[in-house]
Design a protein around this ligand. Structure first.
Ligand SMILES: [Zn+2]
Length: 383
């Protein structure tokens, strides 16, 4: 069963200018927990005392989700994370040749450090869920990643996270996560190492979601997400879109309550001050709105003609938009909704004309405005 690790509170705060106050962080954590998220990455406690305090507050909340902290491969970070009372610890260390040479380190020195820190963390808290992330794994030499991952698992790591830190992978090319996850699992298996595999996909090429699904098909058991896909640069996998696809198309069930998605998206959008694009899948204002005349005519009969995702899955409804693209069917349907069902055909055509005029000025007509249009036209009959 695939698990979701949501990193809105950690990766999401790496979006330039985004910071959630502690009381907002608690509200977001509660909502993610109610949604059924398995692991909530609450922050990197070493970054500021206030983040440390937030991680502590979330960890002692008694949520069903495991609460996690981020840590460099240093005892200092591990101690600080564990002092917050977390149940999950994510330790990262890049083992690419370039980064090792920048730090004047040999691979074996890095691997020793990773293993020592993980052994230390394991000794401090035997039931801790430990993840090791070789940052930029997919652009690092595979053997380096394999050596580091093997040492990490042997030292006590439960999860190896394949980080596509720069959004480098592309499904269907030699650089794809499906093959990468399969190969890593096979190679680790040869060493009697069977960690859970996570995928952390950045969206630099707009392919974070596609890559995450590719990794999932290749055998990944955990997928990292953020509300609104927040994160460094172009962000990471969007939580809502992933959950809908896993539920609807891959028939995965893990106790997720997708009807809670709009609420958490509104909250995160408000306090990150990043608006949800109107055309964003699942949570965007227009995601289930039909506009063009042909579309609305068919969608009024059966929304499935122009929808492959059911809005009810996330507690939303289909909508009809009235503007310059509207036809008679959309106007009649909307007039029904405001209790104006028995109007003469000529009058309905005048309403349609008025709606198109408004639409050409770049606005849509909502139901309250439609009432004003009807009243105006009644009061101004053509001579
Ligand atoms: Zn990241």
């Amino acid at each position: 069963m695939v698990k979701i690790l949501d990193s809105t509170l950690r990766e999401g705060e790496q979006t330039p200018g985004v910071y959630f106050d502690v009381h907002i962080k608690l509200a977001i954590a509660d909502m993610l927990d109610a949604l059924g998220i398995d692991i909530i990455e609450a922050g990197h406690p070493l970054v500021t005392p206030e983040i440390q305090h937030s991680v502590e507050e979330i960890a002692k909340r008694g949520l069903k989700a495991k609460i996690g902290a981020h840590a460099r491969s240093l005892k200092l970070d591990v101690d600080m994370a564990l002092s917050c009372g977390v149940q999950f610890l994510g330790i990262f260390y890049c083992v690419s040749d370039e980064r090792l040479s920048d730090q004047d380190k040999k691979l074996h020195q890095a691997v020793d450090q990773i293993a020592q820190v993980i052994s230390y963390a394991r000794a401090q808290k035997p039931d801790l869920l430990i993840r090791y992330t070789p940052e930029d794994a997919v652009r690092s030499p595979f053997q380096n990643v394999l050596d580091a991952a093997t040492a990490a698992v042997t030292a006590g790591a439960d999860i190896i996270s394949i980080a596509d830190t720069t959004g480098f992978m592309i499904p269907g090319t030699p650089n794809n996560l499906y093959d990468y996850v399969k190969r890593l699992k096979e190679e680790l298996g040869k060493k009697n190492c069977y960690p859970q595999i996570a995928v952390h996909c950045h969206n630099d090429r707009g392919l974070a979601l596609a890559n995450a699904l590719d990794g999932f098909r290749g055998g990944a058991e955990i997928i990292d997400t953020a509300v609104l896909g927040l994160g460094e640069r172009a962000g990471i996998v969007d939580l809502a879109t992933l959950l809908v696809i896993l539920t609807q198309d891959f028939k995965m069930k893990n106790g997720w309550d997708l009807t809670k998605l709009p609420e958490v998206y509104q909250l995160v959008s408000k306090y990150s001050r990043i608006s949800i694009p109107v055309n964003y899948p699942i949570t965007g204002e227009n995601a289930f709105t039909h506009c063009a005349g042909v579309h609305t005519q068919a969608a009024i009969r059966n929304p499935l003609h122009y929808q492959s995702v059911q809005p009810e899955v996330v507690g939303r409804k289909s909508k009809i938009s009235l503007d310059h693209m509207s036809g008679i069917a959309a106007v009649k349907y909307s007039l029904d909704q405001i209790g104006e069902s028995n109007l003469e055909k000529d009058f309905v055509l005048r309403v349609l004309e008025r709606v198109k005029d408004v639409g050409q000025r770049g606005r849509t007509v909502d139901l309250p405005e439609l009432k004003y249009i009807v009243r105006y036209l009644r009061e101004h009959s053509p001579c």
